[in-house]
Design a protein around this ligand. Structure first.
Ligand code: ADP
Ligand code: AMP
Length: 217
């Protein structure tokens, strides 16, 4: 099964993608994570992308579709791909169709996380992740069970993203509204869109997504 999780920054895409990896053996394909890895490694793509990401704007369609294509050639993605943060533009949505059909694969669902934008700044500003395994946490909504220790891997260091500040989040949301939300009709026309209440708590959002994947919603 291949799905897209669609929603603005802070909607809960990464949180749910990580859970689906753990519970269903699917594979999270986050272009944001891939780009951050490229920035950290200092690759030509990373060097090009860094300033754009710091500003909260979108990296070029050619770059992100290129890295998704390379990732889809890795065999683990046959277990089921969760596209997280991709596609973000109409051109990327069209590229994804081509990338999947070239490989004899297809999309099963586009799951839209419906959220109230006013709540997202608080979600994004409070976000932190385990520096070792990438498990996501929140200062208020999802603290580690034992303070200072990752629930998943037991590591003690955590990190925050440089673009998770109120000002950049506003730009990222404006980019979502202008360029990403308009791709929904493309998927609605294909009958793929399912909506979940992204304002519910993390477990409830997960239950709504599970019902869709299990054909019960
Ligand atoms: P996205 O990947 O869509 O940008 P994340 O999954 O990283 O969003 O979630 C943003 C922050 O909000 C994280 O700190 C996460 O722990 C928290 N979060 C995710 N889903 C919910 C939810 N349903 N309710 C409250 N907080 C949430
Ligand atoms: P994310 O981790 O999804 O919040 O993405 C962080 C940043 O990476 C975004 O603000 C963009 O600058 C860039 N980015 C991630 N995915 C894409 C994409 N599909 N298209 C363009 N830019 C992207």
């Amino acid at each position: 099964m291949n799905i897209i999780l669609l929603g603005p920054p802070g909607a809960g895409k990464g949180t749910q993608a990580k859970r689906l990896e753990q519970e269903r053996g699917m594979v999270q394909l986050s272009t944001g994570d891939m780009l951050r890895a490229a920035v950290k490694a200092g690759t030509p793509t990373g060097i090009q992308a860094k300033a754009v990401m710091d500003a909260g704007e979108l990296v070029s369609d050619a770059i992100v579709s290129g890295i998704i294509g390379e990732r889809l050639d890795m065999e683990d993605t046959l277990k089921g791909a969760i596209f997280d943060g991709y596609p973000r533009t109409a051109a990327q949505a069209e590229s994804l169709d081509v990338l999947l059909s070239e490989r004899g694969r297809q999309l099963d669902f586009v799951i839209e996380l419906e959220v109230n934008e006013d709540a997202l700044v608080e979600r994004v500003e409070g976000r932190f992740t385990c520096a070792n395994c990438g498990e996501g946490y929140h200062d208020k909504f999802k603290l580690p069970k034992v303070e200072g220790t990752c629930d998943v891997c037991g590591h003690h260091e955590f990190k925050r993203r440089p673009d998770d500040n109120a000002e950049t989040v506003r730009t990222r949301m404006a980019e979502y509204r202008a360029k990403t939300a308009p791709i929904l009709p493309f998927y609605e026309a294909k009958g793929l869109v399912k909506k979940v209440d992204g304002m519910a708590d993390i477990a409830e959002v997960g239950a709504q997504i599970d019902a869709i994947l299990d054909g019960k919603a």
